[in-house]
Each structure stands twice: as C-alpha cells, then as structure tokens.
Design a protein. Structure first.
Length: 196
C-alpha cells in the first residue's frame, strides 16, 4: 500500500500529462508483450522448410499450430490445382495473406514509444509556463510556489524518457524478430515453388 502512495506522490505533480504517459505506457507494453508471445509461439510451433516440403509432397493435412508457414502451407494444400504456374501464384497469395500477421501492432509500438518523450516535453513546457506564471505573480522569493512548476517539468520529462527509451529498444527488437520470421516464410515459399 505504501508503494502505491509513493507512486501517486511521484506522479501527482505531472498532472494530466502523467495520465497520458501512463496510458501510453500501458498500451505500448501490452502490445509489446502480445507480440513477444505471438513471435515465441510462431517460432516454436512453425514448420521447417523440410517439413513444409514433406507436407506438400505427401499432401498430408497440416497439424494445428500457430506458425506462419504452417498456415500458409495449410491454405495452399486446400486450394492447389495441380498446375505448376497457378500453384506458384497460389503460394505467393497465401504467403502474402500471412505477412500482415507478422507486422501487426509494430507501427503502433513504434509510434507510442516515440510519442512518450514528446509528451514528456509537453509536460516540461507546461511546467515552465506554470513556473513563469508564479514568478510573474509572486516574484522569485516564493520557492514553494516555484517548485510546483519545476517538479511538473522534471517528472514528466523523466517519465517520458523512461517510457520512450525502452519502448524504442523493444520496437527494434520486435522488428528484427519480424524480419527473421519473414525471411523464413520467403525461404519456405521459394523451396515450395521449386517443388510444385
């Protein structure tokens, strides 16, 4: 309970900007954990290129799972025609249908991570405006009145950076994982095109 009160005392000087930062942070980290879990499941449950080739050659049903290539092979097996040219186009189509699943939420994570420091900067500006308003009314002799605006400026700036820096790092990490999954999908499609 004391921890919550201390957190409230820390966030309170930031005002409405801190509320926006908290919402942006929770939203961003929710999307990050969703993507981490999704990529972990895809990489754990997906078929290898060799397994995809065996499934297509034997025409066996694809076992259920979360893999991108698994879904692509399953869709291809259900719609293939036997014509090599048409089947190659079907492979491209099914692979294209899977690509949005890989990049889902990644732009939103990047935007939220980049927005957090800007919200912190907005808090800095509003805190400084509050400080100058106090100086205009009371002069520089009232240190307690001045500290409110300065506190708002510093808390929001610090919080914006604390949200933004790890968010950009995680955005880059997730982008690299998405690229690796897309490379695997491309390799699988190329191998299957040679086999059909």
């Amino acid at each position: 309970m004391d921890y919550l009160l201390n957190a409230y005392d820390y966030f309170r000087p930031g005002g409405g900007i801190m509320l926006l930062l908290i919402v942006a942070s929770l939203w961003m980290w929710g999307l990050v954990f969703e993507r981490l879990l999704c990529f972990w499941r895809i990489q754990r449950e997906d078929v290898t290129v060799h397994q995809a080739l065996m499934l297509v050659r034997e025409g066996r049903p694809v076992p259920p799972g979360a893999g991108i290539c698994r879904h692509m092979v399953d869709g291809f097996l259900q719609s293939r025609t036997g014509s090599p040219i048409l089947d190659q186009r079907l492979l491209d189509q099914h692979a294209l249908e899977q690509r949005p699943r890989i990049r889902r939420f990644l732009p939103a994570i990047t935007v939220l991570a980049a927005t957090a420091p800007l919200l912190g900067l907005l808090g800095t500006v509003t805190g400084m405006i509050t400080t100058f308003d106090v100086i205009a009314i009371f002069g520089t002799g009232n240190a307690k009145a001045l500290s409110g605006g300065i506190s708002k400026a510093l808390v929001t700036t610090q919080s914006g950076l604390l949200v933004g820096i790890p968010g950009l790092f995680m955005s880059r990490l997730l982008m690299r994982r998405a690229n690796a999954i897309e490379r695997h999908l491309t390799e699988t499609v190329m191998a299957l095109k040679r086999a059909v």
